[in-house]
Each structure stands twice: as structure tokens, then as C-alpha cells.
Ligand binder design. Structure first.
Ligand code: ATP
Ligand code: MG
Length: 253
């Protein structure tokens, strides 16, 4: 793996009302890593991803990286598709200015945008769905559309917020496998939030645990057993019944 453009998150602090959600969050991501972020519900994972993605400004602290704004992509929790746009226009969104339907673009731009969208739709197995509306798709298909939109512009830093949230086991496995494949193909740095520890832990090389407003574990999943604190072990254990076995690691899978 080439180590370029590391992402450095430094002492992020953010609160809503009186309660701090992020209370001094610091970590680094090496270029090209597929990293996982886990933690209790309401613990601030989505807030942190929005801050890293530049859509929310932290009250203090900073995120440093060398990527241009358009090289950073955030897939929101629940996918956040535009219900009134076709799949084609949803996926094309990062490639055009605002809510301009692909059909009204000038011919040369329309061709190149359509090609890019078709390519990524093929990659996520939705090549026949370009002209469907989101409401006509299953939950798993909608999530694949969101993933396609997040990746269509070949981003260098990809932030994926719980992409399997609410999906059945088969659809979840499809999404996680796609993420692994597309991570390898794109060579992007990826930070993946998931509650699906069984599928997440074997695929990430760096795991971050956000609890009580700070990063309480940062390392390879294989070191969880040895190095995590008791509260973290309990948190993992109640979501992953094989905790402690070799199946936590890629090697043991
Ligand atoms: N815009 C907002 N205004 C007020 N409070 C907010 C806002 N966004 C998030 N919060 C609060 O910040 C806390 C962290 O929320 P966040 O969505 O980041 O949690 P999470 O770790 O992503 O949870 P989950 O695993 O359920 O997705 C919660 O208490 C939430 O209510
Ligand atoms: Mg969230």
C-alpha cells in the first residue's frame, strides 16, 4: 500500500445544546486504507463523518488532508437519495452543477456524464435501473445507488455512513463485498461506519471505536482482544457473539 495523503483528525470538539458529542477526537488514516468506525448509537459517528466530509464545521479542532473538496465523498446514513430524480440523475449529481437533469446537459457533457454513470451502475449491478425512480427500487438497490453516487467521481477520500443500516443479511453482504472490491479498484482512502461488526471487522485493517466522545481504540481489529478496554470489549461482545475468536480477523475468516 502506498502511504500518501494521510488524513489527520485533530482534537475535534463538537456539542449540540449542553452535551458534548465529540470531546477531543483525534486519529489519522493512512492513504489508501479501508478503516472502520464503530461505537454506540448516538455516540457521534455521523457527526464525525460530516465534520471530516466538510459539511459540518467543528466547534474546535481541525481535519487536515490534501484532498480537494470534490475528491472527498460522503455517503449519508440511509442513503439520502433524491426521490424525485431518476437513478441516473441521482448518481450523476456529483458530476453536474446542481439539480440539472442529465437529459438537459449539452451533448458532449451529457455523453461523458452518462458514460461515467453507466460504468459505476454496471459495477454495482444496476445497469438496468438507470431510468427507474428510487421508489421503484428495493432497499438494497437504493443503497447501491447511493454507493454508486458516492463513487462515481472517483473520490480519493470516501466516507460511508452505515451503508448496510436496515438491510437484510443478503443485501448487507452484497454491499460490504462491493465496498471491498471498489476500495481495491479505486485505491481510495475509506472510512466506513457500521453496526454490522460481523461483516465489518474482517474487511478493515484499521478499526476506530468512538465512545463517550473520544476514540477509545485505534488499531487493527486483531488487536482488539489484547488491547481494548473492558467497556469496549463488552460493547463488541454484545454485538459480535464470536468476540475473542480468530474470526475477528481477516486471517481467521
Ligand atoms: N443537527 C443536530 N442537532 C442536534 N443534535 C444533533 C444533531 N445531529 C446529531 N445530533 C445529536 O448528536 C448525537 C450524535 O448523533 P450521531 O447521529 O452522530 O450518532 P451516531 O453515532 O451516528 O448514531 P447511530 O449509530 O444511531 O447512527 C445524538 O445525540 C444526536 O441526537
Ligand atoms: Mg449515525
Amino acid at each position: 500500500m502506498t502511504v500518501t495523503n494521510p488524513v489527520c483528525v485533530q482534537e475535534i470538539y463538537h456539542q449540540f445544546g449542553r452535551r458534548p458529542v465529540l470531546n477531543g477526537v483525534s486519529f489519522e488514516l493512512q492513504g489508501g486504507v479501508l478503516a472502520g468506525l464503530i461505537g454506540p448509537s448516538g455516540g457521534g459517528k455521523s457527526v464525525l463523518l460530516k465534520i471530516i466530509g466538510g459539511v459540518l464545521c467543528p466547534q474546535s479542532g481541525e481535519v487536515r488532508h490534501q484532498f480537494a473538496d470534490e475528491e472527498v465523498s460522503l455517503m449519508f446514513q440511509e442513503g439520502a437519495l433524491f426521490d424525485s430524480l431518476t437513478v441516473l440523475d441521482n448518481v450523476a449529481f456529483p458530476l453536474v452543477d446542481g439539480f440539472v437533469p442529465v437529459s438537459s446537459l449539452a451533448r458532449s457533457q451529457r455523453q461523458s456524464v452518462t458514460e461515467k454513470v453507466e460504468q459505476i451502475l454496471l459495477r454495482v449491478g444496476l445497469e438496468h435501473a438507470a431510468h427507474k425512480m428510487p421508489a421503484q427500487l428495493s432497499g438494497g438497490m437504493r443503497r447501491r445507488v447511493s454507493l454508486a453516487r458516492a463513487l462515481v467521481d472517483c473520490p480519493k477520500l470516501v466516507l460511508l455512513d452505515d451503508p448496510t443500516c436496515g438491510l437484510d443479511p443478503v443485501a448487507s453482504s452484497v454491499i460490504m463485498e462491493l465496498i471491498v472490491q471498489l476500495h481495491e479498484e479505486l485505491g481510495a482512502t475509506m472510512l466506513l461506519v457500521s453496526h454490522d461488526l460481523r461483516r465489518l471487522l474482517p474487511i478493515v485493517s484499521q478499526l476506530l471505536v468512538l465512545q463517550d466522545g473520544t476514540i477509545q481504540f485505534n488499531g487493527p481489529p486483531s488487536e482488539l482482544v489484547e488491547k481494548a478496554s473492558e467497556p469496549i470489549k463488552r460493547f463488541i461482545a454484545c454485538r459480535y457473539d464470536l468476540y475473542g475468536s480468530q474470526s475477528l480477523t481477516r486471517e481467521g475468516h
